[in-house]
Write a protein that binds this ligand. Structure first.
Ligand SMILES: [Ca+2]
Ligand SMILES: [Ca+2]
Ligand SMILES: [Ca+2]
Length: 176
């Protein structure tokens, strides 16, 4: 399954999530990432949407840690790439959606200003900004993720785009 684009993307994801740059992914790193995203949306740390995103990142960490044979409290780069790679390439879409769904739903919760459960063009701009992503091609990125073309990004479309990104089938970054 190995392919250079795909490996680079997982490795980049590791660097991004290793918040304290100690070469290991820990629960604390995932918590910091959730807090950083919440801050960039200007949400207080005790807001329910922030708690939901933090819980989702915790659950994702626990999932990945449980999938490795070594220590359950941290993941080396190799362990992360193996566990995340297995989830993405071997376990199928349903397992991927179970693991990443809460994170996507937490992000939608923070971003969804008009509270309709979907992300429109304006909300998508704030998503990209909060995740530290390039907004210059936001319009093009939006259209690629909006596969049914209804002008809204559903959670299903966002999840599918994240999975395709890691398969190297789509060049839209959604998680930073
Ligand atoms: Ca770390
Ligand atoms: Ca919305
Ligand atoms: Ca859509």
């Amino acid at each position: 399954m190995a392919n250079p684009v795909v490996d680079t993307r997982l490795s980049k994801r590791f660097d991004k999530w290793d918040f304290d740059r100690n070469g290991l992914l820990e629960r604390e790193d995932f918590e910091q990432e959730a807090a950083r995203i919440a801050r960039s949306f200007g949400k207080p740390s005790d807001a329910p949407e922030v708690a939901a995103l933090r819980d989702a990142f915790h659950a994702l960490f626990d999932y990945l840690a449980a999938a490795t044979e070594g220590s359950a409290s941290s993941l080396s780069r190799e362990e992360f790439e193996k566990a995340a790679g297995d989830l993405i390439y071997n376990q199928g879409e349903a397992a991927f959606n179970r693991a990443l769904g809460p994170v996507v739903s937490g992000l939608v919760g923070l971003c969804d200003k008009n509270d309709d459960g979907q992300i429109n063009g304006e909300e998508f701009q704030s998503w990209l900004t909060a995740l530290g992503l390039d907004t210059t091609s936001a319009k093009d990125a939006f259209q690629q993720v909006d596969t049914n073309g209804d002008g809204e990004l559903s959670q299903e479309e966002l999840l599918a785009a994240i999975r395709q990104y890691h398969f190297g089938q789509l060049d839209v970054e959604l998680l930073g």
